[in-house]
Design a protein around this ligand. Structure first.
Ligand SMILES: C[S@@+](CC[C@H](N)C(=O)[O-])C[C@H]1O[C@@H](n2cnc3c(N)ncnc32)[C@H](O)[C@@H]1O
Length: 192
């Protein structure tokens, strides 16, 4: 297998990568997770998608390519510089809502419909408020997290948090999970 898949990279990706270097954004998502998210979203016509942790918009660019005309996507980040960048790229797309807010508050205050796919790429919705976020996944919907494979630069104690999260997900009776030792280490959880 080779990386031919990346011939299908969203056109805007090279511009986002340029911007990422310009502002020294150090946490961009991996290309593989982007491609994976797009593939999952295509399986959900009229999808409702949530991303926690907009970042520089790399994963967002991929996810948007998976949306059909009637799908919608909310992406949340607490960093104004980053949400402004995302708005500059995607703000003209009426399917996309870029929210600048602490994701913990966003989860607490959200009263809308559940989601077909949640990509939890910030602390809230992953290492905190996990029950609340899993409640927001529709039956048949996907909960996706990455960065689960141990990295040399992880702060002390992070590995323990990761293992606790995996244990928690594995004991949830209402989700079926698969762990991927691929990309940065992924978990796909599907609600029963
Ligand atoms: C791993 S990066 C996201 C990368 C992004 N998905 C991309 O492809 O560029 C994590 C992001 O979470 C944001 N973040 C951290 N803590 C947050 C919080 N409490 N609420 C909302 N966003 C937060 C950071 O600003 C950062 O942009």
């Amino acid at each position: 297998m080779n990386d031919k898949i990346f011939l299908n990279k969203p056109e805007i990706l090279s511009e986002i990568e340029r911007k990422s270097k310009e502002i020294s954004f150090g946490m961009p998502s991996d290309l593989y997770i982007g491609s994976f998210l797009k593939t999952l979203i295509v399986s959900k016509p009229k999808a409702r998608v949530l991303e926690l942790g907009t970042g520089i918009g790399l994963s967002l660019a991929w996810m948007i390519e998976g949306l059909d005309k009637e799908s919608t996507l909310i992406t949340v980040d607490n960093n104004t510089e980053l949400t402004e960048i995302a708005k500059s790229y995607f703000g003209g797309d009426s399917r996309i809502e870029v929210v600048c807010k602490d994701a913990a508050d966003w989860i607490k205050e959200y009263r809308g419909n559940k989601f077909d796919l949640v990509f939890a790429d910030a602390w809230p919705g992953k290492y905190s408020q996990i029950e609340e976020i899993l409640d927001l996944v529709k039956v048949g919907g996907f909960y996706v997290i990455d960065d689960m494979s141990e990295q040399p630069n992880w702060p002390k104690g992070h590995q323990k948090k990761v293992l606790e999260l995996v244990d928690y997900l594995e004991q949830r009776k209402d989700f079926v999970i698969t762990k991927f030792n691929w990309s940065t280490g992924l978990i796909l959880a599907v609600k029963k």
